[in-house]
Design a protein around this ligand. Structure first.
Ligand code: SF4
Ligand code: SF4
Length: 196
């Protein structure tokens, strides 16, 4: 049944003598293949070779520690709320006495996870964080064989005490002053709004 009137009858064209020998098509194909041998390669042999990336490339996240080594994240959840991919989950814990050196604030992230398969590396979590705790870095997220391995917990996200991750390229003075400028509504706390 003809439903759309767009069907066409295709005539089966007889092949010429040359066409029936397939030689012109074979030579044409060989010429295209040979021409690619002399062109610049579009691919690289990753991971042995890597491409140059921008210093502000948005790659694997880091959860930062402060100067004294305490975790900066206070499990406020703003990064999770800002995340359009719903990739971030966390569970807050209360700091115990004697843990002041481990966690900067009284509340901290007992569990903090980012699902790298959901993440679109937009950087909104970094922008939303009021504690300068989460940053994207120029590190490429390593591939893995299972989905579970792509859910990064604190073991992979929090920077090592002796292996600090430099984020100064992302946190320029301009960026910092923009984040602290109370003129912008997204930089205002609830208390700031009460004062207005
Ligand atoms: S970079 Fe974007 S998508 Fe990825 S966790 Fe942060 S807010 Fe979510
Ligand atoms: S990373 Fe920042 S925004 Fe996210 S929960 Fe921790 S302190 Fe809040």
């Amino acid at each position: 049944m003809n439903l759309t009137n767009r069907s066409k009858v295709v005539a089966k064209k007889e092949l010429t003598l040359m066409e029936s020998m397939y030689l012109p098509a074979i030579f044409k194909g060989m010429a295209i293949t040979l021409s690619h041998l002399f062109k610049r390669k579009a691919t690289i042999k990753y991971p042995e070779e890597t491409r140059e990336i921008a210093p502000v490339y948005r790659g694997q996240h880091v959860l930062k520690r402060d100067e004294a080594g305490a975790e900066r994240c206070t499990a406020c959840g703003l990064c999770a709320v800002a995340c359009p991919a719903e990739a971030i989950t966390m569970e807050a814990g209360e700091r115990e006495k004697g843990e002041e050196k481990l966690f900067r604030e009284e509340k901290y992230a007992k569990i903090y996870e980012i699902n790298m398969l959901r993440c679109i590396f937009c950087g909104l979590c970094e922008e939303a964080c009021p504690k300068e705790a989460i940053f994207l870095t120029d590190r490429i997220v390593p591939s893995s064989f299972t989905r579970g391995e792509e859910v990064f917990g604190k073991d992979k996200l929090v920077e090592g005490l002796d292996e600090r991750v430099d984020v100064t390229k992302r946190q320029t003075p301009d960026v910092l002053s923009f984040k602290q400028d109370k003129k912008h509504a997204h930089n205002q706390t609830f208390q700031d709004r009460l004062k207005q």
